[in-house]
Write a protein that binds this ligand. Structure first.
Ligand SMILES: Cc1cc2nc3c(=O)[nH]c(=O)nc-3n(C[C@H](O)[C@H](O)[C@H](O)COP(=O)(O)O)c2cc1C
Length: 325
């Protein structure tokens, strides 16, 4: 399947694996890229720029296909060493960066000078237009369904994607709630040139996380996610568990007076315990509503082949069938 996204990133299939904290290591990114999609390493999971340089080099040993690095610009006071991470990306010869969080304008000149293609993750049309204006090559449009940070507008992809298509000139991928060939065809019909998936790629053989995480996603239904940190305007969609219930109870009790320090136990530093050790109730972890559509743990290659075959069959049989009877 050829789209503007496959051409832009020189990949076979219009399927991207979004950056995921403590999930998107070299093993997963390489498996996705080897399967013809675009794998992405999460920059900030690596403690230092030197660690990221090492992770990039590990990925290059695992694949000769294009892969990218995610750089998430966090709303923190003590910013990570972003220039250092960008140097590691440039020196490592990576040609694709997925930015997320704050507007990446400040870093665009150095990324562009190095010939890097930038895809910015946005949760609204206005942010997508801003990304286009500052020179991003593409955007990933994340609807309200998505795992992780859906923003504060609460617009689901059924509306957000066609709205993005009405306004944008640069290509975009649909992100949030994408799982299978049906998602891909729907995304294409809304004007997207591909899909980005997070949660679906965690439940794959190659995702280097504890089996408990994969099992939790397969067991979850579309009813099992919750929105946390809304009073802090840092909304995150996570899977429900006792830590999340405790956190939500604090939000209810403290209302708008809640501070990050009040929920630190449930959110800070919990990812290694959950993703690596499989201690599922250690805290809140991102997961999309799409968990309701995830019923197995295939390899990345099986998953991507299946999505493409299903999408082709929907287009060629089901959809064209409506016109030919
Ligand atoms: C466990 C997990 C961790 C994530 N970490 C990040 C991150 O560090 N940076 C980022 O830009 N997006 C992050 N995301 C968002 C994904 O890249 C992607 O945009 C999102 O999962 C898409 O929604 P879906 O889960 O419905 O496919 C994370 C998502 C999950 C599920």
């Amino acid at each position: 399947m050829k789209t503007k996204i496959t051409k832009l990133f020189n990949i076979e299939h219009p399927i991207i694996q979004g950056g995921m904290h403590f999930v998107a290591f070299a093993e997963l990114a390489a498996a996705v890229s080897n399967a013809g999609g675009l794998g992405i390493i999460t920059g900030l999971t690596q403690k230092t720029p030197a660690d990221l340089a090492n992770e990039i080099s590990r990925c290059q040993k695992l694949t000769d296909k294009p892969f990218g690095v995610n750089l998430t610009f966090l709303p923190t006071v003590n910013a990570p060493d972003y220039p250092g991470y960008i140097s590691a990306i440039i020196d490592g010869g990576v040609k694709i960066v997925e930015t997320a969080g704050r507007n990446p304008q400040e870093y665009m000149p150095s990324l562009k000078k190095a010939g890097i293609k930038v895809i910015h993750k946005c949760t609204s049309v206005r942010h997508a237009l801003k990304a286009e204006q500052i020179g991003c090559d593409a955007v990933s449009v994340d609807g309200f369904e998505c795992g992780g940070h859906p923003g504060e507008d609460d617009i689901p992809n059924m509306i957000l994607l066609p709205r993005a298509s009405e306004e944008l000139k640069i290509p975009f991928v649909a992100s949030g709630g994408m799982a299978d060939g049906r998602s891909l065809v729907a995304a294409l019909s809304f004007g997207a040139d591909g899909i980005n998936m997070g949660t679906r790629f965690i439940a794959t053989k190659e995702a280097p996380v504890h089996d408990n995480v994969k099992k939790a996603i397969v067991s979850a239904t579309e009813l099992d996610t919750r929105l946390i940190m809304r009073p802090l305007k840092n909304t995150e969609r996570v899977i429900n568990n006792p830590a999340v219930e405790r956190l939500l109870e604090k939000e209810q009790r403290l209302g708008n007076n809640i501070k990050f320090e009040d929920i630190i136990e449930e959110v800070a530093g919990v990812y290694p315990k959950i993703m690596m050790e499989g201690t599922m109730d250690a805290g809140a972890w991102s997961c999309g509503m799409v968990a309701g559509l995830i019923h197995d743990i295939p390899s990345c290659d099986e998953l991507i082949q299946r999505i493409i075959a299903e999408a082709e069959s929907i287009i060629q049989r089901r959809l064209s069938g409506f016109l030919n009877n």
